[in-house]
Design a protein around this ligand. Structure first.
Ligand code: 13P
Length: 330
């Protein structure tokens, strides 16, 4: 069991990870918050009322804005920063993140322009590092309440994935290991795109059949994309694939589904983003995935329509028409 783990980030998932780790005896946990006021507010109240109402952060979790103090003696780091801020945040902290401490990534997205996965951004910014992606159906709101959940710890380094499995598993948090880091990270990024599509369907009042079709055809196009990038197809049938896709598409509090629902009801993207507390990763991921799919010639019909709704102002009902009436191939 490592002596100390430092979580980089203070959002809902960062807090949920701190709670999970702090449930292990002998495990020291620190949360590093980018914003000084956030750090002192969390330290004072032991609550993150805006993102995780009603949840108390255990008293022995250190909460600080001082990165040097946060990472002192830390054996593991957890990256819990939205993918579009991951590079700049790690770059700004890099002189403190020395040593070869492994990084557990709970980031689900793909970087715009570079098309890099979170583990690749971590490797680029911190130098070659062992990275374990922790992914699967894992809404922070439920983990923080210690409701049962199962996820995968993925790394090419099996021993390290096992180590993470051991240090983060609880009687309510079941962790499997997986060696397909590429597949697990792509699954986590792409399910958010389909989550937006599912939300659009909800906003338009389309019902259960439409949403089930989006989820089923969604995992088909996610798998196609993943295989083109070197992932194992089986990964997409597991917790990080279909498992997380279901959670994201059905959850009343799913951020990506919520963005879609509001789009379906007629709000503009700008208006939605202005009034959201948390980051919906799927918005920026849609752009990256659509552009990479175009470049590589991968057929991604649902992603394409989500892209057109988000960034080209295509009315959601018209996107539905385009999806339903394109030529049937099989
Ligand atoms: P959503 O908030 O879009 O559902 O994403 C959270 C998540 O990744 C749950 O596993």
């Amino acid at each position: 069991m490592p002596s100390k783990t430092t979580i980089l980030g203070s959002g809902a998932m960062a807090t949920a990870c701190a709670i999970l780790l702090a449930d292990h005896e002998g495990q020291d946990v620190a949360i590093w918050a980018r914003n000084e006021e956030t750090a002192s507010e969390l330290r004072r109240t032991r609550r993150n009322e805006r993102l995780l109402p009603g949840i108390v952060i255990p008293h022995h979790v250190q909460i600080t804005h001082d990165i040097a103090a946060a990472v002192e003696d830390a054996e593991f780091l957890v990256a819990a920063i939205p993918s579009q801020y991951l590079r700049s945040t790690l770059e700004s902290l890099s002189k403190y993140l020395t040593g070869n401490r492994p990084v557990i990534s709970v980031v689900k997205g793909m970087e715009n322009e570079t098309f890099l996965r979170p583990s690749q951004i971590i490797e680029e910014t911190l130098g070659s590092r062992a990275v374990v992606a922790l992914s699967g159906p894992s809404h922070a709101e439920e983990i923080a309440r210690r409701l049962p959940a199962s996820v995968v710890a993925a790394s090419g380094d099996v021993a390290l994935a096992r180590r993470v499995q051991e240090m983060i598993s609880t009687d309510r948090f079941r962790v499997y290991t997986n060696q397909d880091l590429i597949g697990v990270e792509l699954a986590g990024a792409l399910k958010n795109v389909i989550g937006i599509a599912a939300g659009i369907s909800d906003g338009l009042g389309y019902g259960d059949n439409a949403k089930s079709a989006l989820m089923t055809r969604g995992i088909v196009e996610i798998t196609r994309f993943g295989m083109a990038l070197g992932a194992e197809p089986d990964t997409f049938a597991g917790l990080a694939g279909i498992g997380d896709l279901i959670t994201t598409c059905v959850s009343p509090y799913g951020r990506n589904r919520m963005v879609g629902e509001r789009l379906g009801k007629g709000e503009s993207l700008a208006q939605i983003l202005k009034t959201m507390d948390a980051v919906a990763e799927g918005v920026s991921t849609t752009r990256a995935v659509y552009q990479l799919a175009e470049k590589k010639g991968i057929d991604m019909p649902i992603t394409e329509q989500v892209y057109r709704v988000l960034f080209e102002g295509l009315p959601p009902a018209e996107a539905t028409d385009r999806l339903m009436n394109r030529p049937v191939r099989g």
